[in-house]
Design a protein around this ligand. Sequence first.
Ligand code: SF4
Length: 211
Amino acid sequence: MRIRYCTDIGLWSVDRPRSSCRHASPFCARHCYNASLYRAFGHTMAPSDSLSEVSWLSLSPATVSAMFDRLERSPRFRRSRRLRLMTRGEALSTLSDLPRVRYFLDGARAHKTLVWLPTRAWRSSTLRPYAERLQANYPDTLRLLASTDPSDPIAPPGWSTMFFGDNDATSGRILCPKTWKTHANTCATCRGRCFSPRTVRGETHIHLKQH
Ligand code: SF4
């Protein structure tokens, strides 16, 4: 299974093409932080996206297990035991993604690893209850956060959130040290925020600074 080390956040991360972002808000679609990447490297992004999607769609307990075997040889993984689904694209794009996410979480649980899953699936009335059930079933493994922005700032009760798009709207939110202090690799060691057990209880509300 395809996974890459993302230097910016200091975590191993899975990607999907932006076409998986079916539940993006109008603001998110306009201000996608990957847009500049596609403008600069469009010729290499398309083949890479295809490989990522093939890898994601063929995800199985066996491919997840092989991926963790590889990761266990990485000191950077062993230091943090944290992964991100996704750096680009949406893990919970359709109902057919649910078994794949469960296989991934089962593998993570077996390897005592936290999985950070920022999502817009909360905007889908179909997907939202399934996403909530995932969080309820994997409290030891999953850190599910609703991605929010000025066009859609209020997530349903019980959801932890990550807000982006208005640098003044910090009230009630915890400042993300990576974006507010521009510390690279911060997600690998960040405490009390996205990876906190409070996230499972819907008590974590992160503010990402827009640059
Ligand atoms: S709050 Fe911490 S874990 Fe969350 S995005 Fe910012 S640096 Fe990363």
